[in-house]
Design a protein around this ligand. Structure first.
Ligand code: FAD
Ligand code: NAG
Ligand code: NAG
Ligand code: NAG
Ligand code: NAG
Ligand code: NAG
Ligand code: NAG
Ligand code: NAG
Ligand code: NAG
Ligand code: NAG
Ligand code: NAG
Ligand code: NAG
Ligand code: NAG
Length: 564
């Protein structure tokens, strides 16, 4: 066991007073976790011949593989040493990165004469296999003061799956999935059709498994987001959520190790306070989840699909289309549609209507799009999986590119008045160059039991989750990045003005959300904080704008820029 301590000393060089444990302690930890403790350098490091100011051997073959897969979501998520958005691999505050040019990963300007820095990529990680690995990590962190981070797919938009100088718990290899037609939560008596999913399983695997078992699972619009990690703990929306609820509404049970070292089951009967907190309080906060069990629909469900698009450049048609979206959205929500919309089209699905009803429900949008010589497809597909393969995979959001988002949940009441619709049209039109998607994914028809989850109650009466975003490039200056974040703050403020009493989805929020406790959790925050203090009294787990966050002066936050 050869531990490369000098490099660790370098990588934590900027950390405030984290004492580096001696090799012997790492070796002991490695033994406890069955030899699954590893060191890592950032994803693009094989391309660089300078590591943190010292000469390092680049590796052409490995560099080529990284270049070829720089934007490949499946490849990225199979490796520990990266995040989907490369800014989270870097240390923005000290302008230290190890990145390629995402517009041309072979561009030598990005790596040939520049150093690679460890940034926010954890220098050590454990490939988690069992709950005792997690217990060992908590013991180690308590004894040494080394901070812990938890990484699954690395999709987090607020960079919470990486902490500089941390020991990371990588859950990606918890890949087991099973289906039980009559699952009973421990301590309960009712049975449910349910899938139990390890905390490393990406949605694409959960979907193909569900399809093979002829059941429908409600999950995200993405291949590689994890089914049992941050997605479900933060809320978890799906195009099926308008009818079947959010991820937090459907989860039946978690198995996790809480920071007090205890391996627990959390469900409606056992540790129910913890269960409530895990249903919306966020990942990385209450413990390390090893698996979750979630309700499935016992059959595959045919879906009506509407896919329309037209060329909206050079005319005012995008505003006309947006106006139509605001006028139709309430009716569509009542009919059970879930949608991803832009100013030049939409892709929507509906599990409740017949094909004829779907055509009628979409009629005035299809007429409009036809008047613009656009394309209209309204069809029936046999299952969510068929939809996923035909529509979701080909429209994969860009990854491997630097950027961030600004979002807000827009209440149904805004859509009920002309004044409300006009304000929405105005704000979104003004922000048009930044619009990524308008997601109509709120649980509008779902019969929610009040107080059963800890997501902001704003989810329950909203129609839209508006997502604005800004992208930048590998060589944007620190000043340029700060300006981009300030732009996102301003965009967030404009959305907040339309819906001041609403909230935002904690998993897809502005990194610098000013009033995050209220915005992410609303009236649930005080109770969430109490649960956090009960199960993690020493604050062993902490992350950016999470429940109980220690704040931006804590060393864990050292790589975030200071942005007002
Ligand atoms: C391209 C893209 C598409 C997306 N699509 C959707 C979508 O359709 N619907 C939706 O709701 N969201 C979507 N999201 C947002 C997504 O829900 C969040 O990024 C979420 O945090 C991802 O969780 P993860 O576990 O996969 O990722 P990670 O970044 O690995 O983890 C996210 C957070 O959860 C913590 N965490 C992860 N695993 C565990 C665990 N086992 N125990 C405890 N804490 C853990 C991490 O520490 C981190 O704080 C999307 C994001 C991206 C980038
Ligand atoms: C941990 O032990 C395994 C197996 O002996 C070894 O391959 C690995 O390199 C060790 N990890 C570290 C960080 O030394
Ligand atoms: C992306 O990576 C995966 C996993 O390595 C690989 O199977 C797939 O072919 C790659 N896709 C592309 C487009 O290169
Ligand atoms: C963690 O520490 C506790 C208390 O010292 C000990 O009982 C337990 O065996 C340790 N667990 C692991 C996996 O190291
Ligand atoms: C399904 O769940 C029930 C109740 O919890 C349990 O008795 C049964 O063994 C499970 N079946 C399988 C195949 O795991
Ligand atoms: C799923 O349905 C198909 C077609 O009806 C059938 O052939 C298959 O055996 C079913 N699979 C399971 C696991 O029930
Ligand atoms: C909600 O409950 C009502 C009344 O029980 C029922 O008619 C309706 O179908 C339910 N909605 C959904 C989406 O399950
Ligand atoms: C777009 O709208 C503006 C303001 O209403 C108007 O001045 C302009 O002529 C319109 N352009 C087109 C191409 O219709
Ligand atoms: C669109 O269709 C719905 C019925 O589906 C109707 O109520 C509405 O008035 C139509 N027109 C507009 C502009 O939304
Ligand atoms: C649509 O096509 C017709 C026939 O080619 C053309 O006359 C019309 O101007 C086009 N409309 C738009 C909005 O492009
Ligand atoms: C939900 O919780 C709030 C306090 O947080 C309480 O006022 C309300 O009565 C609760 N509702 C139900 C149905 O328990
Ligand atoms: C970034 O690099 C590109 C070439 O890849 C160059 O054209 C551009 O001027 C650079 N921008 C900055 C801010 O240095
Ligand atoms: C954000 O808004 C403030 C106040 O209107 C303005 O002074 C500032 O220039 C804006 N920043 C950016 C980057 O748009």
């Amino acid at each position: 066991m050869n531990l490369i301590l000098p490099s660790l000393a370098l990588v934590v060089g900027t950390a405030q007073s984290t004492k580096i444990p001696p090799t012997s302690e790492w070796n002991t930890l490695n033994k406890t976790v069955g030899g699954r403790l590893f060191t890592a350098k950032p994803f693009a490091s094989p391309c660089f011949s300078d590591f943190a100011g010292l000469p390092a051997a680049s590796n052409e073959a490995e560099c080529n593989t990284v270049q070829e897969n720089y934007l490949n979501t499946t490849f990225r998520s199979s490796q520990f040493n990266n995040f989907m958005i490369p800014i989270w691999e870097s240390c923005m505050d000290t302008d230290q990165q190890c990145a390629l040019d995402s517009s041309d990963p072979s561009n030598p300007l990005a790596f040939s004469d520049l150093p690679c820095y460890q940034g926010s990529v954890a220098p050590y990680h454990i490939e988690i296999e069992t709950f005792t690995d997690v217990q060992a990590a908590f013991n180690f962190s308590k004894a040494t003061g080394v901070p812990l981070s938890i990484k699954n797919s690395g999709h987090d938009y607020l960079g919470r799956s990486g902490i500089p100088g941390s020991l990371a718990l990588w859950t990606r290899h918890l890949e087991q999935i099973s289906y039980n037609a009559s699952f009973i939560p421990e301590g309960g008596s009712h049975s449910f059709p349910a899938m139990t999913i390890g905390a490393g399983v990406p949605w694409q695997d959960a979907y193909s498994f569900a399809d093979a078992n002829n059941v429908t699972i409600v999950g995200g619009y993405d291949q590689t987001v994890g089914a049992s990690g941050g997605w479900v703990m933060g809320g978890g929306h799906s195009d099926l959520s308008p009818v079947f609820g959010l991820g937090v509404d459907r989860v039946l049970q978690f198995k996790l190790v809480t920071p007090d070292g205890v391996y627990r089951t959390a469900n409606a009967y056992t540790n129910s306070d913890l269960f409530w907190a895990l249903r919306g309080g966020g990942g990385g906060t209450f413990g390390v989840v090893l698996e979750s069990t979630t309700l499935v629909e016992p059959t595959t469900i045919p879906l009506q699909v509407a896919s329309v698009s037209f060329d909206a450049t050079g005319t005012n048609s995008s505003v006309d289309f947006l106006q139509l979206l605001t006028e139709n959205s309430l009716g569509w929500a009542q009919a059970g549609w879930g949608s991803h919309m832009t100013l030049s089209g939409l892709v929507s699905i509906n599990p409740l209507l017949t094909l004829d009803q779907a055509r009628e429900s979409m009629q005035n949008i299809t007429e409009y799009v036809q008047s613009q010589n656009g394309s209209v497809v309204i069809e029936t597909l046999p299952s969510w999986y068929a939809f996923f393969v035909k529509y979701v995979i080909p429209s994969q959001s860009p990854i491997g590119i630097d950027g961030a988002i600004a979002t807000r949940l827009i209440p149904a009441s805004v859509f009920e008045t002309q004044k409300g619709r006009n304000s929405l049209v105005e704000v979104i039109s003004n922000a048009a160059p930044f619009l990524l998607t308008i997601s109509a994914v709120t649980p509008f028809l779902f019969n929610y039991t009040e107080n059963s989850t800890s997501v902001t109650p704003a989810w329950r009466d909203s129609l839209w989750h508006v997502v604005l975003g800004d992208l930048w490039s590998w060589n944007t200056t620190t000043e340029g990045t700060i300006t981009a974040f300030e732009t996102l703050n301003n965009l967030t403020a404009a959305l907040t003005d339309i819906a001041p009493n609403s909230g935002a989805y904690m998993n897809e929020a502005n990194v610098y959300e000013p009033n995050y406790e209220q915005t992410f959790w609303g009236s649930n925050y005080p109770r969430l904080l109490a649960v956090k203090q009960k199960y993690d009294p020493e604050g062993l787990l902490d992350c950016w704008r999470c429940v109980g966050w220690k704040g931006e002066n804590d060393s864990r936050s050292q790589c975030y820029l200071k942005v007002d």
